[in-house]
Design a protein. Structure first.
Length: 149
């Protein structure tokens, strides 16, 4: 399934998203995913970093903090600071150019199974979405992993 998703995404994205889903997760990754899932339903709030409201990079910052990992505040700074990977694993970050500039302007956390959790925008809530949607395939710019300890 992951291979099929990678092939489909590679054909549509400027840089294809490849995934490596595994059943065994490190403690850090498990904590990140647990916090991200606990954030489901929190309303989007630009600049938000709390249960009162989250933006996409605020969700990442909050979930990574649960695992004791400090990351920069914005999606663009997160993209620059974290080690880029060819294959996304659950807990890794996925970056998208949604503002038309070709630069990362949106980030989500890869859940596995071809899905990510993210804070999609004004008027919406933190949610899970399929990476098989053309919208995400066309805007994918890269993936990043947990920083080295």
């Amino acid at each position: 399934m992951a291979l099929l998703l990678a092939v489909l995404l590679a054909g549509c994205a400027s840089r294809g998203l490849e995934t490596a889903d595994t059943t065994a997760l490190s403690l850090d990754r498990a904590l990140i995913l647990a916090e991200a899932r606990q954030s489901l339903g929190i309303p989007y709030r630009y600049g938000g970093t709390s249960s009162r409201g989250l933006d996409c990079s605020g969700l990442v910052q909050r979930a990574y903090a649960r695992a004791g990992i400090s990351v920069p505040r914005t999606s663009r700074a997160q993209f620059r600071a974290l080690p880029q990977v060819e294959q996304a694993r659950p807990g890794d970050l996925l970056f998208f150019a949604t503002a038309g500039s070709g630069k990362p302007s949106h980030v989500g956390i890869y859940l596995g199974g071809g899905e990510m959790i993210h804070a999609p925008g004004r008027g919406r809530q933190v949610t899970i979405t399929s990476l098989g949607l053309d919208y995400w395939q066309e805007r994918f710019v890269g993936a990043a992993s947990l920083p080295a300890p």
